[in-house]
Design a protein around this ligand. Sequence first.
Ligand SMILES: Cc1cc2nc3c(=O)[nH]c(=O)nc-3n(C[C@H](O)[C@H](O)[C@H](O)COP(=O)(O)OP(=O)(O)OC[C@H]3O[C@@H](n4cnc5c(N)ncnc54)[C@H](O)[C@@H]3O)c2cc1C
Length: 365
Amino acid sequence: MTLSSPQHIAIAGAGLLGRLLAWQLLQANCKVTLFEAGSFTPTEPQTSRAAAFTAAGMIAPLSEAVVSDEGVYCMGQFALERWPQWLQALGTDQNYFFKHGSLVIAHQQDFSELDQFEQELKFVIPHCQSYHRVNQQQIHELEPDINPHFNHGLFLAEEGHVDNRELLAAIGTDIISRGVKLREHTPVEVSANKITTETGEEIFDLVIDCRGLGAKTQQKMLRGVRGETLHVETKEIHLNRPVRLMHPRYQLYIVPKPNHRFIIGATQIESEDRSPVTLQSSLELSSALYTLSPAFAEARIIEMDSNLRPAYMDNLPKVQVQDGLITANGLFRHGYLLAPAVVENILAHIFKKDEKVFNDLLMRS
Ligand SMILES: Cc1cc2nc3c(=O)[nH]c(=O)nc-3n(C[C@H](O)[C@H](O)[C@H](O)COP(=O)(O)OP(=O)(O)OC[C@H]3O[C@@H](n4cnc5c(N)ncnc54)[C@H](O)[C@@H]3O)c2cc1C
């Protein structure tokens, strides 16, 4: 840490960005106070308002490039390198990061969606060599448990995923052991060097705003994009990697999670409605699951979740830096994909490094 680096940093929001930044700053010997409007306890995801707990945890630069741009792809490539490096520092035996690729498949009637996906991929990332078409036999070799009637797909070999809830819990435990000052159930407003709570004002060397959609009170350009998921549990099926199912309305995906669990998501609806999952969405999500394999019929639904993705109008992330205040937001549906780039960029600003990764992409207005 340079002499001019801030000594006591306040972070508003203990979702994905706030937790990761606290973790990195504590490792750099900063004093960190972390303010969270809801509960910090990772075993109570439904009481938290962080989108990070609802997310499926896919780190899918190619699949996400199709709905964004090459910049998101590049930051995603960075994430695939950075996550395993970061997680080594956690020093646990448990593995939270997997790079087994992802499989994109379509029903016969939706082949045009698969073609369209491949064309868009070629358009956004023209020189990419890390995906290839797969036939029925190859699909079976990759994922023996899925329905044999799927006979066309794409295998995106370089994609990954994280066990995100377990990871958030582990980072939470680590930052507590490193001495973070935790202020949960404390909604705040932010300004340069100042945090305002319901009871008063507190001054810091630096404030970092990681409130996700909670920052909308101060950033009117933010919007929430509703996403719904189902969590099921079954021992009848094993998946090695996330599987995306092309669908005319949504790209649905099934992501394997620990303890024979799977998350099926996600709807993408232009609405800031946080109410529970609708019947229509639950039917669409569960029928996608059933067509992937009828053995899912006996799976137990253990959770239905809905939340809002924090997004700007262009669906791209932004970091804004001013004296005494840094804001980072707009990670939309790419939080785990973009967080390493965003966090490393912010650390470079704080510690006044010459090289600030992805500055041109993150600081565009
Ligand atoms: C259904 C769904 C599926 C997703 N799947 C993926 C995926 O597979 N891969 C991927 O990369 N991304 C995915 N995402 C996106 C990802 O979850 C978000 O991009 C990411 O969580 C954003 O991180 P954040 O830290 O900015 O916000 P959040 O994770 O939402 O955290 C914000 C935190 O700030 C707190 N807060 C709010 N207001 C205040 C206040 N006034 N004071 C103090 N604290 C406050 C909130 O309680 C919360 O804890 C998904 C999102 C959804 C909804």
